[in-house]
Ligand binder design. Sequence first.
Ligand code: DGJ
Length: 748
Amino acid sequence: MIECKNGLFHLRNLSLSCLLRVNRYGLLEQVHFGAPVRSEDVEALAGQPGLGWGSSLLLNDKDPGSSPDAMALAWSGSGRGDFRESPLEMDGQSTDFCYVNHNVLDTPPLMECGLPQTHGKGETLEILMEQPGARLRLYFTLYETAMTRFAVLENTGEQPIALHKLMSFSMDIYGSYTMTTFNGGWAAEMQRCDTVVGASRVVNESATGASSNQHNAGFLLSEMDATEDAGRVYGFNLIYSGNHYASARQSQQGFIRVMQGINPAHFCQTLQPGEKFETPEAVLCYSGAGWGGLSARMHKFVLNHVVPEYWSRRERPVLYNSWEGCMFDFNESRLVDLARRAKNLGCELFVLDDGWFGKRNDDLAGLGDYNVNLKKLPHGLHGLAQKVNKLGLEFGLWLEPESVNEDSDLYRAHPDWALTDRFPTIYGRHQLLLDLTKPEVRDYIVENVSKVLDSANITYVKWDMNRHSVAVGKKAHEHVLGLYDVLRRIFGPRPQILLESCSSGGNRFDLGMLCFGPQVWCSDNTDPISRLDIQGNLSYLYPQSTFGAHVSASPHAQTLRATPLSTRGNVSFFGCLGYELDLKHLAAIEVQEIKHQIELYKTYRRLFQFGTFRRMKNGWQVSLDGVTAAGVFHKLVSAAPGYEQLRLKGLDADKIYHLRTRAQKIRIGQFAHLLKHVAPVNLNPNGAVINTADKHYGLEDGVEGYRVSGAALLSGILLQPLFRGTGYDTNQRTQGDYGSNLYIVEEV
Ligand code: DGJ
């Protein structure tokens, strides 16, 4: 609901209140953003400036409360007495936008520049502010669990405006907060970093051309005592895939000014008279129930208003992807053999990754070309897709349309289509980006990708992009708009294609890409222990159905860490499950385990993909319609460990549940040296008997089942003990390092 009365604007629902007020100087005050309050509370919520603060500049010499520097604002000018960071910089001049009028709309207006936007019904407040020669429209849209904001600046004067910075939003919130950002790099995305926000500015930004694996655009502000289940937490994100910027700083008066938008570094747009600039939509979310409460609200928002409606709650197939198993080394018969094996395991979709076109036999050549490599695939994509379909699998394809190798027919024909600057070429993964600001480049991509998609029965696309950009400023933004144009033209008419975006893994995990496809490849790092951080930290802001999560080989290609297959499965269950390893050399016991994993995942797929996700101290849980799945994960074990508790959340204390473990097996080889103590004969731990047994038989592990009340599960039950060096027993969790269990808890 949006209430507007006498210069007071109140956007309120069951999750939040945003209370704005136009003050006597025409400035827009942010009286409150947080838990729902009443409009009548405005005086009590707004600060009373009394006699003001020394050294202030006053808008009215007789009013000590007229210092912009001391006000909590929803937008601020610069050079006019507010010395905090301004969300707007233009012409190197001061700015001073004042309220003119407002409107309430049923939904936010469609942007003209082609930026992706939220969908669904969201009552919107439009506030018009003006200064001589320019008009600023601020949009506030209220959804069930979050609010979005964006800004539009229009040149109403006669001279061009040089726009250097225009944030999507700015607001001042009272209190002391820690800013949590998610930083990293290739294969190490989403590392959580907590920085106390004080008098120095804390910044989260990307400058690589994409939202980047270095700094995800989403971030949190948490009150110092916030926990997973209690305390005030704000979450912010941007519906944008390019260079982003966010900052937070605490003022002398105790307000934190927080803002987010396109990165102003190098940014400059010239607005001719009559021209407009539209910012991306930013997402603002609040919960008084800790990080868990905030995540639940963000997840709901992303599913309901960001990901394409067709896919928002549609179940995703279990896929097999050829990349880690084959890389570039495949031909049709190898792929069909893999597809047969994948089908036998229970997979539903076979994805052919990189290497199917042009001279793409390594990463030195071929990007930009679309001709199928007939040496590898003599019957083309169509022939391969038919064979895969015949096996009962859907067929999906990898593409990297934004890039070009110098060794490609496209580059030889159009070297000027590559995105360069005026300095010598620099390379990333031996490739260049195509200049998506050029209409002919966009047309080329749309035409060729469309042809490929229509050439075979392709139901899934992995859209990859593997280098950082050299575009800065205006070009960087226009490049992102070019990408959105291409995606819209290709996938708009094909909404039923499942689009998983990817950029060297999670280099573009953002809400902009999620507007076009419902899932993103989280990381090239599929080591489950690394994934505990990557998926766990993504879960603060993104629902698990947006995660591509695959089981790969062990020891892992990026970390060399050896982990049990059960743990690789248990971690990948909390996302869109896939397999990405050479299936030819799986041991019988691995085949058995994977079959079991897929069967269980299919039984509880809706729960895993769309259940309410919660982080526990020792793992994750998802709950839906009276069923909960909980993964308990371990890193390094210690000797003779004590008991461990399983403490679930969100159950009904008065109901009775049945809890059981997913039956999983441990490899005999793990205990080879110990077997001699129990076997009647002296077995060689490296000998053929143990090696053969290891491949075929497993030992039952952690078999557990109870009828137990919701009250006990909420309070915490003690799980079976971990291995303590005192012998093997099925009623114990004999796991060693990186072990895990999955528990299914169902209402009786
Ligand atoms: C990077 C992706 O993240 C990988 O999954 C794979 O598709 C390769 N590109 C292929 O070149």
